[in-house]
Design a binder for this molecule. Structure first.
Ligand code: FNR
Length: 182
């Protein structure tokens, strides 16, 4: 069964390690999966005054998530939490009240950081919001990846065999997870 998965990267920078991790995961998906990169860098800061007249970028963002059966979040850790841009994207997708694009969509959460805890606290911050947003979120395996120079090439090739196998295992579990809800 063809499945579309939205991929949201919490980092906005060009050389993002999390962007590379997202590229790696997209290569590991099953043949019937299509991944849509959903950008968040053009979203204005959420302002309830704008609800009646959302910016074009907000409408595009909501439509892209709605068109997907599930969402993979790939996030760095900023000051022991998720980046503000990612939180803003969650807020933008959650409104207007009763029309959240998140509810019921099975989520996967992964992330990487050069720091020893590999974005663990950002992921837990994010998981708390996803619970509230009613997204069934894969619990295991957790991916707290400590990024080392050269671990993932720009094109998403994982250079360490053990890491490649681990990420394949994660994708297999996420694929099975999303199929339970599709
Ligand atoms: C960081 N970084 C960081 N790392 C970490 O492990 N825990 C943290 O709390 C933070 N806090 C933090 C705040 C801010 C504002 C920045 C810019 C960075 C370091 C961060 O993990 C590193 O810059 C990563 O490379 C960011 O991910 P991308 O952009 O490579 O995907």
């Amino acid at each position: 069964m063809a499945i579309t998965v939205a991929v949201i990267v919490g980092s906005l920078r060009k050389g993002s390690f999390n962007g590379r991790l997202a590229s790696a995961l997209k290569k590991l998906g099953p043949a019937d999966f299509t991944f849509t990169d959903v950008r968040i860098d053009d979203l204005p800061l959420y302002n309830q005054d704008d609800e009646a007249t959302p910016a074009a970028a907000v409408t595009r963002f909501r439509d892209q998530v709605r068109a997907a059966q599930g969402v993979i979040f790939v996030t760095p850790e900023y000051n022991r939490g998720m980046p503000g841009g990612l939180k803003n994207a969650l807020d933008q997708g959650s409104r207007p009240y009763g029309k959240s694009v998140w509810a019921g969509r099975p989520a996967g959460v992964v992330g990487t950081s050069p720091g020893a805890i590999g974005s663990a606290l950002a992921q837990h911050d994010l998981r708390g919001a996803l619970d509230y947003l009613d997204m069934p979120t894969l619990g295991q395996p957790e991916v707290y990846l400590q990024y080392k120079d050269g671990l993932i090439a720009e094109d998403g090739t994982v250079t360490n065999e053990g890491t490649a196998q681990f990420l394949q295992g994660w994708m297999d579990r996420y694929a099975a997870w999303i199929r339970r809800f599709a």
